[in-house]
Design a protein around this ligand. Sequence first.
Ligand code: BG6
Length: 297
Amino acid sequence: PSVHSEQGRVIATLPTGDSVEVLLYGATVISWKHNGRENLWVSKAAKLDGSKPVRGGVPVVFPCFGPPPADHATSALPQHGFARNSTWEYLGKSSSESGKLASGGDDGVKLDFGLSPAELSDEAKKAWPYDFGLVYSVTLGKDGLQTMLNVQNKGKESFEFQMLLHTYFKVDDISKVTVNGLGSSTYIDKVLNATTHTQSTPSLSITGETDRVYKSIKQDTTSILQDGKPRLDVIRDNLVDSVVWNPWIEKGKGMGDFEPKDGYKNMVCVEVGAVDGWQKLEAGDTFEGGQIVKSHL
Ligand code: BG6
């Protein structure tokens, strides 16, 4: 595999031509190509210059999901925390043998990125004054992409966090997409005043604004099907929650960095995370969670 970095990004390419591109800003994966096909959606108006979180790719949400609650230690942080709008350090590459991607093996490559209080803005440090270390590992293997977030509490007191990998998947036509593997899970519907529901059908069609937080999902895999055929499998690793999001027409219009305006037809976010309540991490402890994504095309 070849790895090179340029202009604040790291690009890895396998002999097969498959590639992954990661911005140091947010450690945001902004491209993952498999068999010549792009699997991630990035808005044409996304800011890639570090002026705001990237609208697309795989933004890393940490240490809070959504607007933080007023009565929590994260309350002074922006929506989705600081990881997606901080500039991470590139820690280097290694062969992916140590990764969990089944067929990564010798043929894959793992890129590591780090974030600690040293990289944070003074504002973020003040708003969340804990001593932590994040290592985000992006492994490109023959048949998939793995992204894992390792959270370490380096301080002397415990802290609480949420995390989410806010992946924007690219699809050909949302009207032909179904999301499977959420059946019988309980979800909070943020479009319907945060009311609680149970997913009664095995497959979910996206036919309007969708913003659902599925909790404690029993199945490991959420699949995106196109025309009834498997397109992408999202496999949770040590995470049990997932958000399914599509802004649809009106919300898309309201987002200055969402382009083209009919881009909602070509994307769906399936976001793996730990967002139901809080993960408590004692001093010295670590937590690791993430996803393996496999492309069927
Ligand atoms: C999703 C949330 O994860 O992210 C949505 O569930 C939110 O409520 C969306 O609108 C996008 O958030 P942002 O901050 O990137 O506009």
